[in-house]
Design a protein around this ligand. Structure first.
Ligand SMILES: [Zn+2]
Length: 405
């Protein structure tokens, strides 16, 4: 990034800080930063590669967790039990109904001579390979997993689980951290999105430690029906936007839906092996220059505030993430944060940019039978762990989290 752009970005942060309420919590956080740095370091140190891997492995026991199946419902139950065991005991279920609509229309190709754009608005570059969703059970060579993934989805009632760390001084305001727990493709959905679900669960575990207090609330939510078109997160916005900040019952000090300060979703955290080669082959190893991609959507109502929030995460990565850097870009798309982006500052955190990179074939396991726990190495899992360190550090700062002795 050129220095002029940096100056412009910093200017935008300043504008956003004075413009919106969420940013005031940022100012508060900055004021207490010197106190907090020690606490944040301690909390980030409670994240651990083996625990993160174990949580992903636990999710893969339910196969691809396709929405509208028993294996999906069992996974929701398991996630809820885990959250409770971490001390996030106030779990709740968001209920909605899902009826599949007509298949989504394909994006038309641009007219000849026009610069192509990827979904989300970015410009794809370099080698590209085809992507798609596997729907053929026979492509899954593991007979046991094929059987586990075989029950078809049935339309009807759906549930998704969340729990909330209640803020001590501002219980009526919250940050939302999400990942989608449903998957597709006749694999184990280990990366898409066991990796993001496990990240949110691990951050929930740390922030709900008995000795951690936060000034503001933080909600941990595992979206369902992401793969069918963000239906679980859209239902949440529809049902709960108008409940924000209301004390219920009046005088109780309880806020069933604290005011939304920001929404960060985590989707595919593990695999950044670079661009496909000219022959379509991929590097077998995580590239050493792998990065965490933090995306906001420039074409959204909260673009400036979302960008400011993105830089908070980027700085958290610089300060607290152990191995991999983070990059900020402006074409967030096809993720549960999209449901929130015109209502509240919203970000996506991923292994790659969704539109220009994943959409160009940078993740060959995407929606494929090869998205298995055993596909990934520790260098892959470590990228997800670094994203967890980044989100935890940023949210601990923003929400005023500290370890109390
Ligand atoms: Zn996903």
């Amino acid at each position: 990034m050129g220095w002029k752009l940096v100056v412009a970005a910093v200017g935008l942060i300043g504008a956003a800080v004075s413009a919106r309420g969420w940013a005031q919590s940022r100012e508060t956080a900055v004021a207490s930063q010197s106190v907090n740095a020690e606490s944040i370091t301690a909390m980030v140190g409670r994240l651990d590669l083996e625990r993160y891997k174990a949580t992903i492995k636990g999710l893969t026991a339910f196969g691809d967790r396709r929405q509208g199946t028993d294996r999906n419902r069992k996974a929701v139950d398991w996630i809820e039990a885990q959250l409770k065991s971490y001390g996030c005991t106030n779990t709740e279920r968001m209920k909605y109904n899902f009826e599949p609509g007509p298949p989504r229309a394909r994006r038309p190709r641009p007219p000849a001579g026009e610069t192509p754009t990827a979904v989300g608005g970015g410009r794809p570059r370099g080698n590209r390979v085809a992507t798609g969703v596997n729907t053929d059970p026979e492509k899954q060579p593991d007979a046991e997993l094929r059987a586990l993934d075989s029950q078809p989805s049935t339309p009807g009632p759906r549930e998704e689980v969340y729990c909330t760390k209640i803020g001590t001084s501002h219980p009526d305001e919250m940050y939302i951290l999400g990942g989608h727990m449903d998957g597709i493709g006749w694999g184990e959905a280990a990366n898409d999105d066991g990796s993001g679900t496990a990240l949110v669960m691990e951050v929930a575990r740390v922030l709900n430690s008995p000795d951690v207090k936060t000034e503001r609330s933080v909600r941990f939510i595992l979206w369902n029906n992401e793969e069918t078109g963000l239906n679980g997160s859209k239902a949440y916005v529809e049902q709960r936007e108008s409940l924000q900040g209301k004390e219920n019952p009046p005088g109780s000090g309880r806020y069933p839906e604290p005011k939304w300060l920001g929404m960060i979703t985590h989707d595919m955290m593990l695999f950044d092996h670079g661009m496909p080669r000219a022959d379509g082959a991929m590097s077998k190893e995580q590239r050493p220059e792998a990065d965490i991609n933090i995306e906001f959507q420039s074409n959204s109502k909260f673009a400036a505030e979302s960008q400011a929030l993105a830089w908070v995460l980027e700085r958290a990565d610089e300060k607290y993430a152990t191995d991999y850097p983070a990059s900020v870009s402006s074409h967030m798309t096809n993720t549960d944060s999209s449901s929130f982006m015109d209502v509240v500052p919203s970000l996506s955190v991923r292994e790659n940019e969704r539109g220009t990179q994943i959409g160009s074939g940078w993740d060959p396991q995407w929606h494929q039978p090869t998205d298995l726990y055993k596909t990934y190495s520790d260098a892959d899992f470590r990228l997800g762990l670094n994203a967890a360190q980044t989100t935890l550090a940023a949210i601990a700062d923003l929400a005023g989290a500290r370890v109390v002795k």
